[in-house]
Write a protein that binds this ligand. Structure first.
Ligand code: FES
Length: 120
């Protein structure tokens, strides 16, 4: 399903925004970053332990080192690929979420919620 992030296309370079969606199997949601290479979106899950990168505190991207970072053990991720180049999960990647820009809004494709047994 697609999720609308109002005005996310106008985030300043270096800024990120977290988001969640109903039925997220992990509940960690995702985040977008306005990077110099363009807008990117990922699931908010570290490939090391699967925990939220930001520990619920916000803050995903450090412009001083041009990396997304994990607060738990300090893994660093290159943009726009999301590939970890330093830390305990080197060579693994963040899970990208497809996005499209429509004016000021950003639409992110997120996993569909699990089907309820009553839907079957
Ligand atoms: S949980 Fe992210 S580096 Fe360990």
């Amino acid at each position: 399903m697609e999720l609308c992030l109002p005005d996310a296309a106008s985030l300043p370079v270096g800024q990120a925004r977290a988001f969640t969606w109903p039925g997220d199997s992990r509940a960690g949601g995702g985040f977008v970053v306005q990077h110099a290479s363009g807008l990117v979106a990922f699931r908010n899950a570290c490939p090391h332990w699967g925990v939220d990168l930001d520990m619920g505190l916000g803050g995903f991207y450090d412009p001083a080192i041009d990396r997304v970072y994990c607060r738990t053990h300090g893994a660093l991720f290159v943009l726009p690929s999301g590939l970890c180049d330093e830390g305990p999960c080197v060579g693994e990647s963040l899970e990208p979420l497809p996005l499209r820009v429509d004016g000021a809004d950003v639409w992110v494709t997120v996993p569909d919620p699990p089907r309820d047994a009553s839907d079957a």
